[in-house]
Design a protein around this ligand. Structure first.
Ligand code: SF4
Length: 328
């Protein structure tokens, strides 16, 4: 197999593009795809400061790497979710990446600033991913606003967008389809523009980029992702794409460029500010503050119940002690 560009030996075949690339030409191709996406979708300019949300995984680190390579002003943001060794290992990967490239990485520990994801899921009976999503949205928005950034970039790739689109279409979630954009303009002065510069590149392509660039990323998936509907949708889309190469790309790109605007809704009135944290919210108290209060309340209740139980068994034990002594 020969490289489509230079005719040297190819290392990667991209059936959806009917092309194959050697390592050097693939990196050129990947760079151009990202450059073109940023320019055509008017994501940001070199004058703007970009906060890159990194998880320690291949997509977000590949995104950060390419934005650094292209000369953009970036800082990373890592939210430690408190999910056991998965979180500690992914934090190490993000820190090592930043150290090697001498770029700034901001870190927020949920355990200190709010509540870790497993505790939130346990006390609210929400799915961990639902609690995690609420936390991420809040802390990403807050970090971008507090740090004076103009843009928040995330590493969602073509497969993520295709799975999200399939889920939204299956249930005709028109409200979500209206917000499924590669560039989301802020609806409040405390929000920044949110962009997804990798949305035209597949998971295979971002993995190949990370590998060819020698990026050390966490390979293990979050334990909470097992059995997730998103993975099921991705599998279905991959099977369709294997039979009809390019269909996944077509599905997302045609939606973004031709169909998405059909779901546009009249502008909602802008959000007000949460009474507790001051971040934008459509309700008096935002979903993040509601979640944290609920966990704290239930956690406190559980702790006082178990303390009361421990005290009462201690008293019972003391009362029984003379009886035990008597028998000996
Ligand atoms: Fe969060 Fe769920 Fe993703 Fe894990 S799989 S990082 S809990 S959204």
């Amino acid at each position: 197999m020969k490289c489509t560009r230079c005719r040297e030996r190819a290392e990667l075949a991209l059936r959806s593009h009917n092309a194959a690339f050697c390592r050097a030409c693939f990196l050129i191709y990947f760079n151009r795809q990202v450059e073109r996406t940023i320019r055509q979708d008017k994501m940001f300019t070199p004058d703007e400061r970009i906060l890159v949300a990194v998880s320690g995984g291949k997509d977000s680190l590949a995104l950060w790497d390419i934005l650094i390579e292209q000369g953009y002003q970036t800082e990373g943001f890592y939210l430690a979710l408190g999910i056991g060794t998965y979180s500690s290992q992914s934090q190490q990967k993000a820190e090592a990446f930043a150290k090697k490239r001498q770029v700034k990485l901001r870190i927020v520990q949920l355990e200190q600033e709010a509540v870790p994801v497993p505790l939130a899921a346990q006390f609210t009976r929400r799915m961990p991913c639902a609690a995690c999503g609420t936390m991420k949205r809040h802390f990403f928005d807050q970090a971008a606003h507090d740090g004076g950034f103009q843009v928040l970039a995330t590493g969602h790739n073509l497969d993520d967008e295709a799975a999200r689109l399939l889920g939204n279409v299956l249930y005709w979630q028109t409200e979500y389809l209206a917000r499924q954009k590669a560039v989301l303009e802020p609806s409040h002065p405390k929000f920044v523009r949110k962009v997804r510069p990798l949305y035209r590149l597949s998971e295979l392509e971002t993995a190949a980029y990370a590998f060819f660039r020698g990026i050390d990323y966490i390979i293990e998936e979050c334990p909470n992702s097992a059995g997730a509907t998103q993975l099921f949708y991705k599998d279905i889309l991959n099977r369709i794409d294997a039979k009809m190469p390019g269909s996944k790309r077509n599905f997302v790109q045609k939606f973004m460029h031709s169909a998405q605007s059909l779901f546009a809704r009249p502008e909602d009135s802008p959000p007000r500010e949460c009474e507790k944290c001051g971040m934008p919210s459509y309700a008096p108290v935002c979903s993040f503050c509601n979640l944290v209060s609920e966990v704290e309340r239930k956690h406190e209740h559980a702790q006082s119940t178990s303390k009361a139980e421990a005290d009462s068994s201690k008293q019972t034990g003391q009362a029984e002690q003379p009886h035990l002594d008597e028998t000996h």
